[in-house]
Design a protein around this ligand. Structure first.
Ligand code: PLP
Ligand SMILES: N[C@@H](CCOP(=O)(O)O)C(=O)O
Length: 536
């Protein structure tokens, strides 16, 4: 299996180089040269497999055994999921006859990002150890400078995946004051010397732009050997496909054998990584209905599926989505208008304007809607199309794709936007239901979208809503929704032992006074220089 850039070019990379390079030099994201199909007997053979078994099977479809042998892959996977608190790794819970929750937050930092970042940390380590193995004391060891942008969860999951790893330093940029207090504490209380937190005065999109600019600065990238932990890194997407398969088998075992159900996955979406993993699973042959893209009021994706325009700012003032009223009962706003057009919502990890992984989907849509003599020509043209679309987004803040393209997108996805007041109402209604369930606000965005979409679903549809974070990470939204309930106590019902005392711990954070690449470079260079005299 080889990988190439969504923006074209002749580069064809191994899995190892794809993972270590992160973002392609032409600004594109790497995708596999084909989407492997499931083996013929996968349903029978894999039905009782554990997360680790499934992960080994699925990953090996995308990684040549010459690069990582099956035994090595299994060992990496086993090591990565030993840190999880639940034996199923990603357990499935039934909320009612039609709705199931796929809990993805049983890893070290209580967010779905752990599923991929525990593995990615071990992959980085595996490749570097192998590359450095036969180096003599005089030869320079290969090192990796990981840079990442976070709206709260990727940062801590990456830090926990990479803390104390040899030959790796990690710099995480978060928008100052715009992540939840627990998320901020999780990141900034880690004191390992290879971990650096940068609080940037700006938005998540500013942080993500800075990270991409650093990758695009070829001189800087070469000097520091940058590595990516955001979902621009292909390994992130690949690792996340596994829980779609596991939950498929788990739900099948809970439904009557004779029933003909269609399974629909509903995914709270920001950077489009998690749902893209579902798209790959679907394209590999996992039976499912349309994937549901659930956004908060930062709804660039929901608007794309409705209009075919991918635009940072909603240009249609009459758009019904924008004029949705705030629920008077909740007293909640539908996201405060904030810096650079990003709204501050109760689901802050999804406060994102431009979803970087959407580019990967755009490549498949462009390819499908391209005519060419042969496959190579079609791929080349698709790369050129994506390149021109992404340039338009960068320069004009918008691009409008042909109708045929958005129609292709509608075949596999449906998208819904959810307001803060709906999010709060949903947290309340699931808390008051039987069985009672406390959802974090991102999960609640998913549950709300599931409910909206269900009115047009065939009656045989059952929905799996991905629960992307533990509710304790977002105390503001959860307490705002439930503080009026007599039988609710945040400390007793939500707060895990691991979070107690976290907010009082000493912090390790560097302020970056403006969202400027040069300021971030300065920080990275300062630490790189201080390491120069440390022996290899
Ligand atoms: C809690 C939570 N939910 C949902 C998302 C959205 O996931 P994605 O960016 O993969 O679309 C994120 C972060 O991106 C998150 O941290
Ligand atoms: N919500 C994310 C934003 C970064 O997304 P990623 O999946 O591309 O790393 C976060 O919590 O940081």
């Amino acid at each position: 299996m080889k990988y190439f850039s969504t923006r074209g070019g002749d580069e064809l990379l191994s899995f190892e180089d794809t993972v270590l390079t992160g973002l392609a030099p032409n600004g594109g994201l790497y995708i596999p040269d084909h989407i492997p199909q499931l083996p013929e007997n996968w349903q029978e053979k894999w039905s009782s497999y554990s997360f680790v078994d499934l992960s080994t099977e699925i990953l090996s479809l995308y990684i040549s055994p010459e690069e990582i042998s099956r035994a090595e892959l299994r060992a990496l996977v086993e090591k990565s999921y030993k840190t999880f608190r639940h034996p199923d790794i990603t357990p499935l819970k039934k909320l009612n006859e039609k709705t199931f929750i796929l809990e993805l937050f049983h890893g070290p930092t209580f967010a779905f990002k752990d599923v991929a970042l525990q593995l990615l940390g071990n992959l980085f380590e595996f490749f570097l150890v192998r590359r450095n193995k036969n180096k003599t004391a005089e030869e320079k060891k290969e090192k990796l400078t990981v840079v990442g942008a976070t709206s709260g969860d990727t940062g801590s999951a990456a830090i926990y995946g990479l803390r104390n790893k040899e030959n790796i330093s990690i710099f995480i940029l978060h928008p100052k004051g715009r992540v939840s207090p627990i998320q901020e504490a999780q990141m900034t209380t880690v004191t390992d010397p290879n971990v650096h937190n940068l609080a940037v005065k700006g938005t998540f999109d500013d942080c993500q732009d800075i990270v991409k600019a650093l990758f695009g600065d070829h001189e800087f990238n070469k000097t520091h050997r940058l590595g990516a932990v955001n979902s621009i890194n292909w390994a992130r997407i690949l690792a996340q496909t596994v829980y779609y398969f596991l939950s498929y088998f788990h739900i099948r075992s809970q439904l009557p054998a004779s029933s003909q159900h269609e399974i629909q996955y509903v995914v709270p979406t920001g950077n489009f990584g998690d749902i893209l993993a579902g798209y790959y699973a679907k394209r590999m042959g996992l039976p499912m209905g349309k994937l549901v893209v659930a956004t908060n009021s930062n709804d660039i994706l929901a608007r794309f599926w409705k209009s075919g325009a991918y635009e940072k700012v909603d240009s249609s003032s009459s758009n019904a989505l924008q004029s949705e009223a705030t629920s008077p009962a909740s007293g909640a706003s539908d996201g405060k208008q904030a810096l650079g057009g990003v709204k501050e919502t109760l689901s802050p990890a999804m406060d994102i304007l431009v979803s970087s992984n959407f580019e990967r989907l755009l490549w498949y849509l462009a390819y499908e809607n391209t005519h060419g003599e042969n496959d190579n020509e079609k791929r080349k043209k698709a790369g050129e199309t994506v390149d021109s679309w992404m340039k338009k987004v960068k320069n004009d803040g918008r691009v409008e794709v042909p109708v045929s393209v958005v129609e292709s997108a509608r075949r596999d996805f449906v998208a819904e936007r959810v307001s803060d007041s709906q999010t709060l109402d949903t947290i309340r209604s699931y808390f008051n239901a039987e069985p009672s369930y406390i959802a974090d606000p991102h999960t609640a965005v998913g549950l709300t979208a599931a409910n909206i979409v269900s009115s047009t679903n065939p009656p045989s549809t059952v929905q799996i809503v991905l629960s992307t974070a533990h509710p304790a990470k977002f105390s503001e939204a959860v307490t705002r929704a439930l503080s009026g309930s007599t039988n609710f106590d945040f400390e007793r019902d939500v707060l895990p032992e691991e979070f107690k005392g976290l907010l009082e711990k000493k912090r390790n954070v560097i302020d970056v006074e403006a969202p400027k690449v040069e300021l971030v470079k300065e920080v990275i260079e300062r630490f790189a220089n201080s390491l120069k005299n440390v022996p290899n």
